[in-house]
Write a protein that binds this ligand. Sequence first.
Ligand code: AMP
Length: 307
Amino acid sequence: MATMPRSGSGELSVHDDPAALSALTRRLRRAGRTVVLVPTMGALHAGHRALIQAAQATPGASTVVSIFLNPRQFTSQRDFDRYPRRLDADLAMCRAEGVELVFAPSVETMYPPGFATTVTPGALGAELEGTSRPGHFTGVLTVVAALFGIISPDRAFLGEKDYQQLVLIQRMVADLHLGVQVVGVPTVRDADGLALSSRNVHLNAAERRAAATLPAALSAGAQAGVHGPDAVLAAASGVLAAQGALALDYLALRDPALGSPPRRGPARLLLAATVGTTRLIDNVGLHLGIPEVVPDVAPEVKGRGGL
Ligand code: AMP
């Protein structure tokens, strides 16, 4: 893969050399560009496209899309081996979205001999996804910290689809003073509600129908929010229990920072389940209790110019 430091030409250049890309993004920042990063593992779909489009909407953006299937965040060799790899199609999507810089390093480039340092999350890293996938978030934080080190982005765009990952990366940026603005992008879903995921290709038609129960459960839970936390969990569990073809890993109600859920106010409902041989995760934001109604100002008062 050639390194072609020609950003600004409007053409896509693909980089695999961290030092050359660092020099390029430094130059771009000095020239007044805002360097934005969309980290991915490839096999790009419309969810990734939404992240790229949000990144590109940043005024003066020079967008870097990283494509790196990070072995250190996989806790199952089988999951890693069968993860889809489609670099040519990924580059075509980046080109179609007007992305000028792709970073697609090899495993040896990211983890050369002697590589020893890792970034470990706090207690939250061992909960929810961390329970079934020990070490997963250490793999995620380590690679994201390395990408931030190479690219020094002003902003990074991450999907709410991986909500715990988003929260842990925000925490890491705050704790380590990394100075990157982390932006969360809402989950993109298919018509049946299923969150887009590179792993959905493994689902057959029957599994796909079963998988659609996950967003249905989340939405039933969110709708029950007005009745409080117990009602949310009961509503979501009821929908999940009616679908025999999925094995639930967890269903959890938390506050938006993934601490204990409040009795009322904003919250997050998260779940993971295995359908066939495919593990899926999803989550939704909701409000617990009756939302405080802010009375609208009567039109005739508005018309008089207010206070
Ligand atoms: P991945 O390639 O799976 O590591 O995902 C790269 C980024 O895309 C992460 O920030 C994900 O949260 C985000 N992403 C994945 N699927 C979706 C989706 N359906 N909607 C929005 N963002 C997504």
